[in-house]
Design a protein. Sequence first.
Length: 254
Amino acid sequence: MARRHKPIDLPAPYLKRVWLEPSRIIDRAAYPFCLPLLRDDFELSFDRAITIIVGENGTGKSTLLEGIAVLAGFDEAGGGKGYMPVDHSNAVEVMGGTLSSALRASWLPKITNGWFFRAESFFSVARYVDQAALDVGDLPPNFLSHSHGEGFLRFFQERCQRQGIFIFDEPESALSPARQMEFLKLMRRMENIGHCQIIMATHSPMLMAYPGAQLLRLTKYGLDPVTVKETDHYKVMREFCDDPKGFVEAAIEE
């Protein structure tokens, strides 16, 4: 009889540190190793259950999350342990496998349960989950019968409260502000459970304001601690909220 894995009686975070091993890099000039983030000796430590990474497009946030996801045993295009649908791995450009080959990780203990969420591959993963249920004679969750945002939230609520590491790449993509508030509540439930580690990249000031999270800004100079009000995302939204009409008119004229 197969042994059932018992929950580990230790609180998150389980992934303590990831770092770049220079001897494993074949070509420093090749992507993703040419990213400014990886130019020097890269290292990232996790000292809290929730880590949030912010930064502009092109800085390497998604590639970093892909690399961490592969280290955790997930498919680099999204999914959980053992969820590797053949129809979605080529649906988006992914570089996590390449990066993970040069990364090393420190775990206490190593947790391979959890989920890697990517908005771009959500539908193919949801289809895979539905079909897997049918294949064993169960009723499928049928996540795709809901609106995009409702499907996201239902998926999160059903999959993301078990012990594990959960990696979210811009979960706000299909969430209205009200739904983002629901997602914040889900994050609080995950944190209160005590055995969920969250690593998230986001452009949403609402999500990056989660209380007590480790908030890091990724720039060409690396990763540094930041407050919400110091982020460009917050500053732009504050300017917009102060004068929506004037802000948009100025943006159009530039």
